[in-house]
Design a protein around this ligand. Structure first.
Ligand code: CLA
Ligand code: PID
Ligand code: PID
Ligand code: PID
Ligand code: PID
Ligand code: PID
Ligand code: PID
Length: 312
């Protein structure tokens, strides 16, 4: 297709730049400017809306392309192979083309809003400037091909199951865990702190398992889960906490996407996360909330998971 061909040209123009970026740099965990959690949540919300509008099959292919690319990483900077670099660009170009232009610009504008204007120049100063310029010229040509292949109307909204066992169980889980949700400091910057003692390549292994799980999920249910999050963001209070109804809808949607993949795929995520999240991290989280609320939430979760497993 045209986007695939254009991605090869983009690769010619941008792979030198890709090799020069230090993908293992811990800097990329930081906010790209002053920390503004509610504004950042708005930017994430725009990404969620774009993800929900995208063609689920193309999203899966993009997830697969990332998984494959992680497998061909080499060298200290963590760069993937030239072929996989091109494949990721092509896959993302097709995802972008599957949503109306305005959805993409909304992400761009919201991200710009939380990005310090000095950040791009600083990023450029870490690589060969001429290679960054060459990559950007390549991107500008690529985007024209994407625009020429872009849809003008969004895909249909997801079909949300009703009256299913997971939906019923989500009500009980949400009742048991909403007090815990209200105890959590959602606007803290602690969630942007590095995991103690873990390197980027180690962390990427766990993310890879999530990518694999995402790619196996039922596309309609994943879209529904994204829509549920978008709705939930719309009802947050000043502390970032969503309404009980929207929280319940998120739990139901997440239970359904978990049930749409094999148990082992879920356990692979859990086991790889357990390897990088030290018990000091969980204990620290626990120490900041009412312990009774956390235990009630945990009990609710362990009951919920049996219902999920039964329909998995
Ligand atoms: Mg989420 C999970 C935040 C968007 C899909 N997500 C999580 C949690 C964290 C979070 C609260 C990971 C950390 C954790 O396990 O804490 N997501 C979060 C934010 C946003 C977002 C702030 C921004 C909008 N997510 C989002 C989108 C999608 C997902 C758009 C795609 C549709 N997210 C997704 C999945 C999962 C998460 C599939 C998880 O599996 C993971 C999670 O919650 O695992 C348990 C602990 C969790 C909480 C504080 C909230 C849930 C409370 C449960 C139901 C009960 C509590 C149990 C116990 C006390 C703690 C966990 C025990 C542990 C051993 C499992
Ligand atoms: C400017 C001035 C003009 C010239 C110009 C110009 C530049 C415009 C630009 C630009 C626009 C632009 C857009 C970019 C957009 C990037 C979008 C990224 C989206 C990320 C998402 C992430 C996610 C996920 C995911 C799916 C999940 C949801 C999420 C489901 C269902 C200024 C040059 C034209 C770069 C969507 C993918 C996992 C949130 O206009 O004169 O330069 O760049 O998890 O969804 O699971
Ligand atoms: C524009 C203007 C509108 C019209 C429009 C428009 C276009 C927007 C577009 C577009 C956005 C867009 C985005 C693309 C992004 C591509 C990103 C590629 C990333 C590849 C990576 C590969 C890798 C790895 C990996 C992880 C490793 C690092 C690597 C570590 C820690 C402008 C059309 C709407 C194409 C990251 C995955 C292995 C490097 O908006 O008018 O057209 O395209 O090895 O991580 O090692
Ligand atoms: C300039 C002037 C214009 C021309 C121009 C220009 C240059 C702009 C530039 C540039 C922008 C730019 C951006 C870059 C962005 C790189 C982003 C990389 C992200 C990597 C991540 C990696 C990671 C992980 C991971 C998970 C870990 C955290 C991490 C935990 C909990 C100035 C040329 C356009 C290079 C996210 C995945 C392992 C961080 O605009 O005229 O030149 O470069 O380890 O999670 O640990
Ligand atoms: C234990 C001991 C027994 C008792 C027990 C026990 C506990 C087991 C547990 C547990 C397992 C468990 C699993 C959990 C899994 C969470 C998985 C999260 C996945 C997140 C993903 C994120 C993503 C995306 C997304 C889609 C994108 C890709 C991504 C596409 C196509 C130990 C109690 C049984 C919590 C997948 C969603 C946006 C990466 O066994 O004695 O306690 O918890 O962006 O994909 O866009
Ligand atoms: C288990 C054991 C195996 C069998 C199995 C199994 C099950 C795994 C499961 C499962 C995992 C799982 C995960 C679920 C997670 C739910 C998470 C809910 C999060 C809700 C949020 C709501 C909100 C918001 C929001 C953003 C705001 C904050 C909030 C800010 C900054 C165990 C079956 C495989 C259900 C985060 C979105 C508005 C609070 O593995 O043997 O069954 O379920 O307002 O952000 O303000
Ligand atoms: C313990 C002992 C057992 C019993 C038990 C127990 C407790 C475990 C616990 C607990 C785990 C736990 C986890 C919590 C996790 C919360 C995660 C929240 C994530 C929020 C995010 C928010 C954000 C943003 C956002 C984007 C911004 C950055 C942020 C930028 C660029 C010990 C009870 C099981 C509470 C990610 C989205 C706005 C950070 O196990 O016997 O009690 O709690 O602002 O992006 O700015």
């Amino acid at each position: 297709d045209q986007i695939g061909d254009a991605a090869k040209k983009l690769g010619d123009a941008s792979y030198d730049f890709a090799k020069e970026v230090d993908w293992n740099n811990g800097l990329f965990l930081q906010a790209p400017g002053s920390f503004q959690p509610l504004k950042a949540l708005k930017a994430i919300d725009k990404m969620i809306e774009m993800g929900a509008a995208a063609d689920p099959e193309l999203l899966k292919k993009a997830a697969d392309a990332h998984h494959k690319a992680i497998g061909s990483i080499s060298g200290p900077n963590g760069v993937t192979s030239r072929a996989d670099w091109d494949a990721v660009n092509a896959a993302l170009g097709r995802v972008v083309a599957s949503v109306p232009k305005q959805k993409v610009m909304d992400v761009y504008d919201a991200v710009k809003d939380i990005t310090d204007p000095k950040v791009p120049a600083y990023m450029k100063s870490l690589v060969n400037g001429a290679d960054a310029e060459k990559a950007y010229q390549g991107f500008l040509e690529f985007k024209d091909v994407v625009a020429a292949n872009q849809v003008t109307t969004a895909s249909a909204a997801a079909t949300v199951p009703t009256g299913d066992k997971i939906g019923t169980a989500a009500k009980a889980l949400s009742d048991a865990s909403y007090p815990f949700i209200k105890d959590i400091d959602w606007l803290s910057d602690i969630y942007l702190k590095p995991l103690p003692g873990k390197t980027a390549p180690e962390t990427l292994k766990a993310i890879d398992k999530m990518i694999v799980m995402g790619s196996k999920m039922d596309g309609n249910l994943l879209k529904a889960a994204a829509e549920a999050h978008h709705k939930a963001i719309g009802s947050i209070d000043a502390k970032g906490v969503t309404s009980p109804e929207d929280y319940e809808a998120v739990n139901a949607a997440l239970g359904r996407i978990v049930a749409s993949v094999p148990k082992q795929t879920v356990m692979d995520v859990y086991n790889s996360m357990a390897k990088i999240v030290d018990s000091s991290v969980t204990n620290n989280m626990f120490s900041k909330v009412n312990p009774l609320d956390a235990l009630s939430a945990a009990k609710g979760f362990y009951t919920f998971k049996d219902v999920v497993e039964a329909v998995q």
